[in-house]
Ligand binder design. Structure first.
Ligand SMILES: [Zn+2]
Length: 269
């Protein structure tokens, strides 16, 4: 379906989501006028912490609808020319690579929440490993993603023990504290409308010493403005978001433009 960005409900951002600084009258927007799809946007940089963000941007409710209706996927595929099969192959390669990276840090018996987990291929990779070794019952995977059709049509429900259609900001009442051993946030954080709140919720639902994997498009390596990315992150701003609740286990850059952190939840939040 076509997405009418002009008529989409939007909101202005008055406080920096990363450091909390109030946007002042003297602040100047960057000179970016259209995103990669041709939508008019205004981009700001926080003078205190360096966070880059859109303002105005879609409201949280509009953003959820954007993903839930499939408009996001249609926009991406129309822009990149990628077929569904190509995307599937790329996601499987990603899942394979991430599994290799995280496996040494995880116990055999593991409860995993994949936030923005799309069609569940990352969960499938972890599950397959344990099923192949006869310990499939030691794996529990939960999938949270707003794109209902994507989850249903590509087998996501089959890869997860529990599937919830929604965003982490909306699902907060269903999250249990100290529950998961691993939370995955795979190339999803740039899409959140409130990163600070999402990080807090992911920390709360992890058990002490549980792990969070989070990766993002690092805008020092690749910078392309688009309406579905309210925020543009660097290693510095990402650390500022997570350092109060997590310690860093692994810091990595995979492919020239994604930054990634494997983090361990501090015992006392
Ligand atoms: Zn800031």
């Amino acid at each position: 379906m076509a997405w009418d960005y002009g008529r989409t409900p939007k909101e202005s951002i008055e406080f920096c989501n990363c450091c909390g600084r109030f946007k002042k009258l003297l602040d100047q927007p960057q000179d970016v006028q259209y995103d990669r799809y041709g939508h008019p946007v205004t981009v700001w940089t926080c003078p205190s912490c360096g966070l880059i963000y859109l303002s105005p941007r879609m409201t949280a409710a509009a953003s959820t609808e954007f993903y839930a209706t499939g408009a996001y996927r249609d926009l991406i595929l129309a822009h990149t020319g990628e077929t569904s099969a190509m995307r599937q192959a790329a996601q499987w390669a990603y899942a394979e690579s991430l599994f290799e990276r995280l496996a040494p840090h995880l116990a055999e018996r593991v409860r995993v929440l994949d936030v923005g987990g799309s069609n569940g291929l990352v969960l499938k990779r972890f599950r397959d490993d344990r099923v192949d070794r006869g310990i499939g019952q030691w794996f529990y995977g939960e999938l949270l993603d707003p794109a209902v059709d994507e989850i249903l049509s590509e087998g996501g429900t089959g890869h997860a023990n529990t599937t919830t259609a929604g965003t982490i900001e909306e699902a907060r009442l269903d999250l249990r504290p100290n529950d998961f051993d691993l939370v995955l946030c795979c190339q999803t954080v740039d899409h959140f409308t409130d990163i600070a709140e999402a990080i807090r919720l992911m920390a709360v639902t992890l058990r002490p010493s549980g792990h969070l994997w989070i990766d993002w498009v690092d805008c020092t390596g690749f910078y392309e403005v688009k309406i579905d990315h309210p925020f543009y992150l660097t290693s510095a701003t990402m650390h500022r978001y997570v350092d109060a609740e997590f310690t860093t286990v692994v810091e990595g850059h995979w492919d020239g433009y994604h930054g990634g952190l494997l983090l361990e939840r501090k015992a006392d939040l």
